[in-house]
Design a protein around this ligand. Structure first.
Ligand code: PDD
Length: 281
């Protein structure tokens, strides 16, 4: 395997970042994850636009043009011979002596790209059976719209899920409303067949897969309400599922051990997954 690190392609085992990198010391950086279908990055523009927005919000310099970055992403995919899988990009505020304020002007941002194969069939097996979700308090900050590498609350939530045999943790705010998954956006289908997902303005990540699925929902003539739902509503829902670049559309068949619907992946989630994959391939 090969990784791109600040201008060079290195063997994966020797791809390293300086100890004084601000990503390492302060989680002062942002990232994106693309899925790869047939060697091509899915939703290239959507993720690139969100990357620029994240950088902009944090006032981290744009490391290179969109075109140049696109070439690096594609070259990393090619060198790792990825046909189906994931590409990871991280940009930090760069390397400088440890000090909280921004480093001197002209400090180059650090750029890292990795790519790995992940066969689609693996996720398909989970999607056919449906996965378990737990709920967990959302202890994150007020700017979850920025895709920063500061993911400790997400790590703790996902670990809690893993320890309880679940695939994902849905984070819950102080009002008892679901914000999003630890690395996914959360959705339900209510008793009237209406889809629900939290409003993207309400301190969650504006998922690229979320936006793609919204377009599919409109095409299918289904009803959607962008409004937060509570844990209780989720447990009474006909269907539950979550979306992300790595899992596409993943049906959830239980929440905190409570069976959702008939305990099998729902027809709407199953259909949206098929449509999403069809469109991506
Ligand atoms: N996670 N919400 C959170 C907190 C996320 O970290 C992600 C993505 C999403 C879904 O966004 P998108 O559809 O653009 O992937 C929602 C990536 C996949 C990760 O951390 O691995």
């Amino acid at each position: 395997r090969v990784a791109y690190v600040n201008g060079q392609y290195r063997p994966h085992g020797q791809a390293v970042i300086h100890v004084e990198d601000r990503g390492f010391q302060f989680a002062d950086g942002v990232y994106e994850v693309w899925s790869v279908f047939d060697g091509r990055l899915a939703d290239f523009d959507g993720h690139m636009t969100r990357l620029h927005r994240s950088l902009n919000e944090l006032r981290i310099d744009i490391p290179m043009t969109r075109e140049a970055l696109g070439r690096v992403l594609n070259e990393t995919v090619r060198r790792n011979r990825v046909r189906e899988g994931l590409v990871y990009l991280q940009v930090t505020r760069g390397t400088a002596r440890r000090d909280h304020p921004f480093p001197p002007e002209g400090t180059a941002p650090s750029v890292v790209v990795t790519a790995r194969s992940l066969p689609l069939s693996k996720g398909d097996a989970s999607a056919k059976k449906g996965v378990a979700v737990i709920t967990h308090p959302d202890i994150r900050w007020g700017r979850c719209d920025i895709k920063t590498v500061g993911l400790l609350p997400n790590v703790l939530a996902k670990q809690a899920a893993k320890e309880r045999g679940a695939a994902e943790a849905w984070m819950v705010d102080e009002m008892g409303l679901v914000t999003e998954g630890s690395s996914t956006n959360a959705w339900i289908v209510d008793e009237h067949g209406k889809l629900r997902t939290r409003d993207a303005q309400a301190n969650i990540l504006q998922g690229i897969t979320r936006a793609a699925v919204m377009a599919l929902i409109a095409d299918e003539g289904l009803e959607l309400e962008e409004r937060a739902f509570s844990v209780d509503e989720a447990k009474r829902a006909k269907e539950a599922f979550y979306t992300s670049a790595s899992g596409f559309v993943m049906p959830a068949t239980s929440i905190d051990g409570v069976k959702i619907g008939d305990g099998k992946p729902g027809p709407i989630a199953t259909r949206l997954r098929a449509l999403y994959l069809d469109r991506a391939m």
